[in-house]
Ligand binder design. Sequence first.
Ligand code: ADP
Ligand code: ZN
Length: 744
Amino acid sequence: MPTQVAKVLIDGPSELVFDYAIPENLDDVSIGCRVRIPLRNRNSTGTVLEITPAPQSDFTLRPLHSLIDPEPLITPGLMKLGKWLADYYGSPMELVMRALLPESVRQDAHSEKTQKVVVLENLPDDETLQKLAKRAPKQHVILILLKSAIQSGGQISIKDLGGGAVTASVKSLEKKGYVTIKHESVRRDPDADQEFLETKALKLNPEQEVALTEILKTPENDEPKKPILLHGVTGSGKTEVYLQAVQHHIDKGQTALVLVPEISLTPQTVQRFKSRFAALQDQVAVLHSHLSQGERFDEWHRIRKGKARIVIGARSAIFAPLKDLGIIIVDEEHENTYKQETSPRYHGRDIAVLRAHLENCTIVLGSATPSLESFQNTQTGKYQLVKLVHRADHQTMPIIRVLDMKLEAQKQKGRDAILSDKLRVSMETKLKNGEQVILFLNRRGFARSLQCPPCGHVCECQHCAIPLTYHKGDERLVCHMCGYQTITPRKCPECGDKDIRLQGFGTEKVEKIIQKVFPQSRIARIDADTMRKKNALRDTLAKFKANKIDIIIGTQMIAKGLHFPNVTLVGILNADLGLHVPDFRAGERTFQLITQVAGRAGRGELEGEVVIQTFTPHSPSIQFARHHDFEGYAEQELQFRRQFQFPPFAHVALLGTRSTHERRAEFTLENIHKRLKKNLPPHIELGEPLPSPLTKAHGQFRYQLMLKSTSARELSRYIRDILKQTPPPEDVNIIFDMDALSFF
Ligand code: ADP
Ligand code: ZN
């Protein structure tokens, strides 16, 4: 009787998981191994996900056939990381394995791409050649081409020789012994169409010098190196520091991993890495979601074989199979996109810190607006704080002006107050000088709140002081924390104005207005709708850089790491929109957004100006951002978080149900809530089950509740135990989001 069972993820589109007995002769099977297995009446292949002791009673399991590769695809270090992930985020190992190994690597359907090349073996004498020219001109041409390619090895791919049209001729030549045909593997290079010119390292300024020294310092007495939080204002030259730190570890023969929030949104960062390491050519691998399966397969294997030693990628690149890792860099570490929104719901930054710890390598978290989680870790001494307080090129920080749109709304009575007079005049001046303008629109979520333009009043919950959320179906305002409900008022409860309405206007509307006001200007709009096509963003930004566009109107997509020397004015059209959402991080996000967007202004010789339009000019996130005061902001925000026991002082988990049957989503969550409440450990705080602010999405109704605890492990284990005892009905899905960042 077998003593062990392997759970195998079967190759193929349906990705089934079945148990197999491990026969005695295959006792070196381990997790992550590729195996051959019997499946119904045929043979199939798959990946071992888990190995468990065999249950006593089970005699029916079929045994594994054999191992495909002797070595598992996953390194022991990554395996450890995966197990931690499964435990902390309460995700089945099966889903963790899918995150660890891309499908194209796991499944047999993909393999190296090869091409046929024709190699010149011996060239016939001139007489034979001349005869050939008459009788078989095609063969003659091929030989001449190969002859001229002798310098480069005397070989040409069949494709380059003309593909199908020449195969017969090549075969004849092969028969005569003049050439041979070889199979050669070719790399599918996602950036094959781009050329990167090598850039040299810049001479660091004193601040950068200190930062680099701290990053490269090895701690005494074999102590583990603390993670470094590099807090550098926008334009302070963080990227240059990353580049030189990476160079250092590459020179030592190690490897480097650079995480960016989203590859398609940070084309300039990727370009700077590709250019700096252009001499290393193929040693830089870029991993992102637009890769084809074949490209992903090639990049992954290049990394695993040690051919690519620098990896740049978004969140999931944290699982890149690099060996001898010297440094991990997490750029813009505060970004939400590092959190995966499907199971396993891991945070790429947190996993990066863990991986650095497990593999004993350096880790740098960089940002102009660090997350309060990371900043608090520097206050407790868990992380080391390194600061860059000046812009690298000695530019001053841009001047930030805050405009009260309440006054503007009075002036523009009857119209939508979208563009203030002040911003319009500023735009006119800059455009006249041939300078460029970015207009930014905060468009976060759908949790819409009600605001009165004349007085700025926002409808809030009487009990919780967070904005009420408008629910479209029944025209109600609902508090997302406590469940308080009220009907939507027809006029402002504060000043009686009938103009009270849902906040917000779209990029499209702004574009129309701007076109009317500036008919001579060349305008581009950047949002999820206009940037669907591959490379659309890259191309638009290139045009902007080449001064072929005067005004860019964009959403969050343009808030990140872009560098345009000729942009002297940034307008933030609706700075408060993100403030009035039912989320304790709303203020932090608004602060980050304003700071990041403002950082796009004045990055060249010319001084920058930022205009913030807002209905709540005195909110702390706007005022501290205006004064470029991150630490001031962090101090008061951390006070609030401590008082209400919100992260980073506690861990928050979100538990949700989703179903096409509203009642069942509701009942299931109420049932879970009852069980959670029963023996609730003293350190865990339990919220009420409520409809989600986004009540329905993708045809499914959503209910949710929140839990809080100072101990993440305890919280996670408790929730998982209860969930195990409370299996949901078949048509209800359970969402368990540990350290949730989104409460919709
Ligand atoms: P950050 O990543 O902090 O936003 P960047 O690395 O993009 O900042 O640097 C901003 C600008 O300053 C870039 O144009 C960069 O080339 C330039 N820069 C960075 N470091 C130096 C330096 N030591 N000397 C001169 N220019 C620098
Ligand atoms: Zn409330």
